[in-house]
Design a protein around this ligand. Structure first.
Ligand code: PLP
Length: 403
C-alpha cells in the first residue's frame, strides 16, 4: 500500500498568507461596506514596463511564424538572457560570473525550495528568525527540520534577528551546513554591508558550509556601499549560491522569471554543485517560456532599465510614506530604505496578530503579523510599499488616526 511523505503531515496547518486571507474575508463578509487597503502581501501592483511589453509582443509574433517558433528551450535558459544577466548584473559591477553558472528559472521561490534536492538529508540548516517561510517549510518537507513544537522546528538552527543586533544574524554556536541569508531582508528590510557579509563568507569557508543567498530585493538597495551580490565578497564563489528574481525588480510576479547562480568554484567533497543543479534542472524543469525570457532581457535595455527604475522608485516612495508617517506617529520602524518592506514595532508591546486584527477592524488596513515569519517576529508587523501611492497615503493616515 502507498505510503506518503510523512514530513508533510508535520507542517503547521495554515500558511501565513492563507490565514491573513481568511481573517480578511471573514471581516469583509461581516462588513461589506468597509473599504480595505492591502499593505500585507508582498505582491507588486504596477503594470509591466512598456519595454517589456514590446519585447513580449514581438516574441509572441515570432512564435506565430515557422522561422521564429520556439518549442522546448534550454533548461538553463536561452543564451541571450544568460549572457545579458552575466554582463549587466555581474561583469558591470566587477564580478566575473560566466553564463554557464547562471540558471534561468520560473522563480526564486521554486529555486530556494528546490535547491535542497542536491543536499543530503542530514545537513543542519540555519535560518534567520524572522524568515521568509519557504526556506523552513521546504526543509521540513525534506525531513531536515525535525518536529514542529508549535513555535519552532526542533532541528532548525534559528538565528535571532532583532533590534539589539540590528536585524543581522550572529554566528551560531552550533555549526550549520546550510545557511540561508536574505538581504535586503524580507521581512525586516535590513540590508547587509560588505563587512557583515564577509563575516559569513569566512565562516562558511572555514566550516565547509554553503550559503544560500536570496537577493530577490537587490534592486531596492538605495544606499552606497551595500553589496548587490554576495559575489562582491572575496571567497563567496567557493561557498555561496545566489538567487535573484525579476519578480520584484521588474514586476514579473505573474510572468515568472528568476535565476540562480551556482559558481564553478563551488565544490563539496570534490563534487561540483553546478553539475548537480544542472542535472536536477534538466530532469525536473523544462525552462521558462521564450516570450517571458525575451521580456526579461528587455529589462536590461536602456529603456527597460529606466522604466523599471521608475517603478521601483514609486514603490520606494510608498515605503518612505509608510516609514515617515508611522515614525511621526511615535511608532518604532525599521527598513524601507534599501527595501520595500517597513518592519514596525507594535505599540505598547501588543502581540502581532492582535495588532493586525486591530488595524484591520479599526483602520481597514491589511498588514502582515511579524509572528508569521518566526518567533522573533512577535511584536512586529510588516507593511509593504507595493501598493497604490494614493491608497498607501490613505492607509497611513488611517493607521495614524487610530493610534
Ligand atoms: N525570496 C524572497 C525573500 C521573497 O520575498 C520572494 C517573494 O515574495 C521570493 C523569493 C519569491 O520570488 P519569485 O517570485 O521569483 O518566486
Amino acid at each position: 500500500m502507498l505510503t506518503i511523505n510523512e514530513n508533510y503531515l508535520k507542517l503547521p496547518g495554515n500558511y501565513l498568507f492563507s490565514e491573513i486571507a481568511k481573517r480578511v474575508s471573514t471581516y469583509t463578509a461581516e462588513n461589506p461596506e468597509k473599504d480595505i487597503i492591502r499593505l500585507g502581501i508582498g505582491d507588486v501592483t504596477r503594470p509591466l514596463a512598456p519595454a517589456v511589453i514590446d519585447a513580449m509582443h514581438k516574441a509572441v509574433d515570432e512564435m506565430g511564424t515557422i522561422e521564429g517558433f520556439h518549442g522546448y528551450g534550454p533548461e538553463q535558459g536561452y543564451p541571450f538572457l544568460r549572457e545579458t544577466i552575466r554582463q549587466k548584473d555581474y561583469i558591470d559591477i566587477g564580478v566575473n560570473i560566466s553564463a554557464d553558472e547562471i540558471f534561468v528559472s520560473d522563480g526564486a521561490k521554486s529555486d530556494c525550495g528546490n535547491i535542497g534536492d542536491i543536499f543530503g538529508g542530514d545537513n543542519v540548516v540555519a535560518v534567520c528568525d524572522p524568515v521568509y517561510p519557504v526556506y523552513v517549510d521546504t526543509n521540513a518537507m525534506a525531513g531536515r527540520a525535525g518536529d514542529y513544537d508549535g513555535t519552532r522546528w526542533t532541528d532548525i538552527l534559528y538565528m535571532p534577528c532583532n533590534e539589539a543586533n540590528g536585524f543581522m544574524p550572529e554566528l551560531p554556536v552550533r555549526t550549520p551546513d546550510i545557511i540561508y541569508l536574505c538581504f535586503p531582508n524580507n521581512p525586516t528590510g535590513a540590508a547587509a554591508t560588505k563587512p557583515q557579509l564577509k563575516l559569513w563568507v569566512d565562516y562558511a569557508l572555514k566550516n565547509g558550509a554553503v550559503i544560500l543567498f536570496d537577493s530577490a530585493y537587490e534592486a531596492y538597495i538605495t544606499e552606497e556601499g551595500i553589496p548587490h551580490s554576495i559575489y562582491e565578497i572575496e571567497g563567496a564563489k567557493e561557498c555561496a549560491i545566489e538567487f535573484r528574481s525579476f519578480s520584484k525588480t521588474a514586476g514579473f510576479t505573474g510572468n515568472r522569471c528568476a535565476y540562480t547562480v551556482v559558481p564553478m568554484d563551488l565544490k563539496f567533497g570534490g563534487t561540483l554543485l553546478n553539475r548537480l543543479w544542472n542535472r536536477r534542472q534538466c530532469t525536473k524543469f523544462n525552462g521558462v517560456p521564450y516570450v517571458v525570457q525575451r521580456g526579461a532581457e528587455a529589462v536590461y535595455s536602456e529603456q527597460g532599465m529606466r522604466e523599471v527604475r521608475e517603478i521601483i522608485d514609486y514603490y520606494m516612495n510608498n515605503a518612505k510614506v509608510i516609514r515617515t508617517g508611522l515614525q511621526k506617529a511615535g511608532l518604532t520602524v525599521f527598513g524601507g530604505i534599501n527595501s520595500p518592506y517597513v518592519w514596525t514595532k507594535t505599540p505598547g508591546g501588543a502581540d502581532s496578530w492582535g495588532f493586525f486584527d486591530r488595524l484591520l477592524r479599526e483602520a481597514g488596513v491589511v498588514t502582515t503579523p511579524g509572528a508569521g515569519f518566526g518567533p522573533e517576529g512577535e511584536g512586529y508587523i510588516r507593511l509593504t510599499g507595493f501598493g497604490d501611492a494614493e491608497a498607501t497615503k490613505r492607509a497611513v493616515e488611517r493607521v495614524v488616526g487610530i493610534l
